[in-house]
Design a protein around this ligand. Structure first.
Ligand SMILES: Nc1nc2c(ncn2[C@@H]2O[C@@H]3COP(=O)(O)O[C@H]4[C@@H](O)[C@H](n5cnc6c(=O)[nH]c(N)nc65)O[C@@H]4COP(=O)(O)O[C@H]3[C@H]2O)c(=O)[nH]1
Length: 931
């Protein structure tokens, strides 16, 4: 990957392209350069050779002209000066590079004078001369002279006439060489002795021989010689004219011509340097020097016995001119290279960006793919139903459902794909939620609604439906994601919670919360319409006994039954509420007067009074009712309820099973009761409770056989309080448990003391409350107390009221048997007031029936009561039970009981209940106790 990235580096790619392009360009450049060089060389060589040929030709032509002059002399013999001029002047015009043609005659020293004399005819003062000190002087003496006779053009050259050619060594040499060889002979470049401007000059000399003389050898030729013709050339002009302006203006071409008579005697005949095209141009650098190898063509040829060497060389200007193509190639190549490199870099950049983009997209796609898989899995795994519906297809048809949908609705994906979303498809569905969903789908907005739906099996379920619009590409909504939360359970639970918050779970009627609401509502309405509202507080009489002795299940049954009776007994507009335990509240709104409300309450009480069958036996519920009326007894819920409660206690105090309207005075009693309750809690520890004992007398012997223990409360402020004022309170508050144990312990201990004191074996009777009797630890408590006190169990009698034993007969039988098993005496108290049946009585392992004092009270005046007492005594005896009558106050009562075989009696007739010490004295003084 790293390697690939490196290859994709735009810089490297560009560099590689540049190097490749550069090398190609350089190769092309060199290739083109080579071609150009070859061509330039070729051109140069051709041109140079052409120049050399021209020079050679020109020199040849010049010599040919001289030969023509020489031929004139050969042909004519003696040539006059005019003929010479006539002949040579056209030649000079035609070949301007020839400076002059001359004719010279060999003049021996002997002939000098004659010759000079002859010449003076045309040229006065003529003398054979020579150059000396930049001037002309008569020639010095020598054997042979070769003076100029004719010179063409003569004008301006007359001074040269008579000049001895042999005076000049090079010319002399050339003259003798020409004579000896009979060929034209050229001097090398010589310096004209007379010329102000020392131009490079050379002479070509041709010999003239006398006719008809042998010329076979140099000697013969010397003998035949009489003169020479000579052409004077200005080599610079000569070459310039031969080559012409065109050649000499050729840039980059240097021409150099030198002549040499001998290799040592070499002179420059012509020198041409190419013109510098732009003198300001910098001099060629190293590269140019390397690239511009010198081009050189040189050739030597013979001109009249002189070696002419022509050398043509190429210069830089010729190079630049020649290598324009390769430079263009180089320039163009470099431009193309740079362009290509730049393009490559841009392309590499683009490639890299594309690759990066592709990699990024690939990574994104991978992530997206993983992300999609995760989301798909999440959707599949979701516990909630997820449905995707099309926003474009008609009826918002379903495109996808997840497994949770299938599980919740019972429909498979195949069932619903392509079909409309069910709640929307159900015609006539007037649920508000469905309407909201439809509206949201049509509007392309999100919403949430709770709707009821039908499962495949037809069952209903509730779902919280969320609709969210989704757009895949454009901003247009393409789909909706519908999420369904099955809230059936939650709603049920919510319903339950709401129900629990407002209704009593056991009975299903209103609880305190709802009661408060209903009362508050009723009060608001009543205040608006000037009506009354009655609040009736009902407390079941003796229900706690039912609950404690028969168990909670039985108690619950009773409460349910009571609640349904109450519901049925009132109007729909009335409220029946369970306030707690066995307390119920009736709210009777829109009452016009209290009499009407009182009638309703009475009707309710009657409805309640019917027996409730519980575990095969009938419970006869009664209730005590307190009524508070709005606005007289209070204007708010709390006040009305408190006052109704107080009135209810008043009803209880009035013997239960009645109703009382609240009266302000009740308040005091209620307050007292409250205070008593508080004081009673502390009474035990403050030792304010005390026991009184009432003697029980054997009817036949008249002796005290036992004592009933009756509790008293020595209140520090209220004085002695009878049990009727606090035992019920102790029952209701549960204090009876501790108080009962204290009574049992104190009484047993007291009886043992009396026994130990020699007052005889008295049987101590103790009242057991219903709550005590129903307590599971009763047997253990009795056993331990007997053990602690040391009292013989047979000396302990436990009194249980008839109503208590009848609450739960099975429990009674079981408990009584347990107590009987430990040899404790058992008696049924208040017999005749309850609803005992004979069959039950037979099952109870009891010893004594205690006739309630209400029967005894009228025994002598009320035949019915007398009859009842007689029946009870008879019944008891039949069951081998003893009978004790309580509340015996008169001798008549005693006698009647005695006549009717009552076994024992108890009452004020013998003694009121006495404190222990008094009872002890009573035993000692009034009746001798049975030893
Ligand atoms: N008018 C009249 N009354 C007579 C006569 N002889 C006895 N009495 C009263 O009759 C009640 C008999 O007790 P009970 O029926 O068991 O009725 C008792 C009993 O049910 C309950 N009680 C008393 N002490 C205790 C106790 O220690 N525990 C429990 N659970 N209840 C008790 O309180 C009730 C009332 O007790 P007391 O006020 O002591 O009233 C006693 C007694 O003082 C009479 O000749 N004429």
């Amino acid at each position: 990957m790293l390697h690939r990235n490196r290859m994709r580096s735009p810089g490297l790619a560009a560099a590689a392209t540049f190097v490749l392009g550069f090398m190609t360009t350089i190769a092309l450049f060199f290739f083109t350069f080579e071609l150009e060089s070859d061509k330039a060389n070729l051109d140069f060589r051709r041109r140079a050779e052409s120049y050399i040929a021209d020079v050679q030709q020109g020199l040849g032509d010049a010599i040919a002209s001289l030969q023509a002059v020489n031929q004139l002399f050969a042909a004519v013999g003696e040539v006059s000066r005019e003929e010479f001029h006539t002949f040579t002047l056209p030649l000079l015009q035609r070949q301007p590079y020839i400076e002059a043609f001359t004719y010279h005659r060999f003049v021996a020293a002997t002939e000098r004078k004659r010759f000079e004399a002859a010449m003076r005819r045309d040229f006065p003062g003529f003398r054979i001369s020579e150059y000396k000190d930049r001037g002309v002087a008569p020639a010095g003496p020598r054997d042979m002279y070769l003076p100029t006779v004719y010179i063409s053009p003569q004008e301006n050259n007359e001074v040269r006439i008579g000049n001895d050619a042999l005076f000049h060594p090079q010319r002399a040499a050339a003259a003798w060489r020409a004579v000896d060889s009979a060929r034209p002979s050229a001097t090398g470049i010589v310096q004209l002795l007379m010329a102000d401007n020392p131009e490079p000059t050379f002479f070509v000399i041709m010999p003239l021989y006398r006719r008809d003389m042998p010329l076979g050898s140099p000697e013969e030729r010397r003998r035949a010689m009489f003169g020479v013709t000579q052409a004077v050339f200005n080599s610079k002009n000569l070459v310039s004219k031969i080559l012409g302006k065109e050649a000499l203006s050729m840039p980059g071409i240097d021409i150099s011509i030198s002549t040499a008579v001998t290799p040592e005697d070499k002179h420059l005949a012509f020198q041409h340097h190419a013109e510098v095209e732009n003198p300001d141009e910098p001099q060629p650098g190293f590269l140019r020097k390397v690239l511009e190898p010198p081009m050189l063509v040189g050739e030597s040829f013979d001109v009249g016995g002189t070696v002419w060497h022509v050398q043509v060389s190429g210069s830089s200007s010729a190079f630049i001119y020649s290598h324009r193509g390769s430079l263009l190639v180089l320039l163009f190549g470099m431009l193309v290279t740079l362009y290509a490199a730049n393009n490559r870099r841009a392309a590499a950049n683009r490639e890299r960006k594309i690759e990066q983009l592709v990699e990024q997209r690939t990574a994104e796609l991978r992530l997206t793919s993983e992300d999609l898989q995760l989301r798909q899995s999440a959707i599949e795994a979701s516990a909630n139903a997820i449905i995707i519906v099309s926003a474009r297809r008609p009826h918002f048809s379903i495109e996808y459902v997840n497994p949770a949908f299938e599980k919740i609705s019972g429909y498979s994906a195949e069932d619903v794909i392509g079909k409309p979303f069910a709640p929307l498809a159900r015609p006539g569905d007037d649920q508000t939620g469905v309407a909201d969903l439809r509206a949201a789908l049509h509007a392309g907005t999100q919403t949430h609604a709770i709707v009821s739906q039908t499962r495949r099996d037809g069952s209903q379920f509730w779902s919280d439906v969320y609709v969210a619009p989704v757009s895949i590409h454009s901003g247009e909504v393409s789909h909706f994601v519908i999420t369904q939360y099955d809230i059936t359970e939650m709603r049920r639970y919510q319903g339950e919670l709401e129900f629990q918050a407002n209704y009593d779970l056991l009975t299903g009627i209103a609880n305190r919360n709802l009661l408060r609401d209903r009362v508050t509502q009723a009060l608001t309405m009543a205040a608006r319409h000037g009506e009354l509202v009655c609040v009736a507080f009902m407390d079941l009489d003796r229900f706690k006994f039912v609950n404690d002795s028969m168990g909670h299940r039985a108690g619950d049954l009773v409460l349910k039954s009571i609640a349904s009776r109450l519901k049925r007994a009132v109007r729909d507009t009335d409220t029946v509420a369970r306030y707690g335990g066995d307390e119920f509240v009736l709210v009777l709104p829109e009452s016009e007067d209290v009499t009407e409300s009182a009638k309703v309450v009475q009707r309710v009480m009657q409805a309640l009074a019917r027996p409730v069958p519980v575990d095969g036996k009938d419970f006869f519920p009664t209730c005590s009712v307190g009524i508070a009326v709005y606005p007289t007894d209070g204007e708010d819920f709390e006040t009305l309820l408190t006052h109704a409660d107080i009135a209810m206690y008043s009803a209880k105090e009035k013997g239960r099973n009645n109703f009382q309207f609240y009266a302000p005075r009740m308040h005091e009693r209620a307050a007292k009761r409250l205070r008593l309750e508080g004081d009673l809690r502390r009474a035990l520890e403050r030792q304010e409770l005390t026991l009184y004992y009432q003697p029980q007398v054997d009817v036949n012997t008249g002796r005290v056989v036992g004592a009933e223990t009756l509790i008293r409360w020595q209140h520090p402020e209220l004085g002695l309080i009878p049990p009727s004022e606090f035992v019920a309170l102790a029952e209701e508050t549960g204090l009876i448990g501790a108080i009962g144990e204290w009574v049992l312990r104190t009484a047993c201990t007291q009886a043992k003391k009396w026994e130990q004191a020699g007052l005889g074996k008295l049987r101590i009777a103790i009242n057991l409350s219903a709550r005590q009797f129903s307590q599971p630890n009763l047997l253990r408590t009795v056993q331990s107390t007997l053990a602690e006190s040391g009292l013989d169990p047979s000396n302990l009698e436990l009194e249980i009221t008839e109503s208590t034993v009848m609450v739960d007969v099975q429990h009674t039988i079981r408990t009584l048997h347990e107590l009987k098993n430990i040899d404790v005496h058992l008696s049924i108290d208040d017999f005749g007031t309850g609803f005992s049946s004979l069959s039950y009585l037979k099952q109870f392992p009891i010893d004594v029936l205690k006739v309630d004092q209400s029967f005894v009270r009228d025994i002598t005046t009320d035949a019915d009561n007398a009859m009842i007492v007689m029946s009870v005594i008879s019944l008891a005896h039949n069951l081998r039970l003893q009978v004790i009558a309580e509340g015996v106050e008169t001798v008549e009562q005693f006698n009647y009981l005695k006549e009717n075989k009552c076994d024992q009696v108890q009452g004020y007739y013998f003694s009121k209940p006495l404190p222990a010490d008094k009872f002890e004295r009573f035993l000692q003084q009034d009746l001798p106790a049975e030893a």
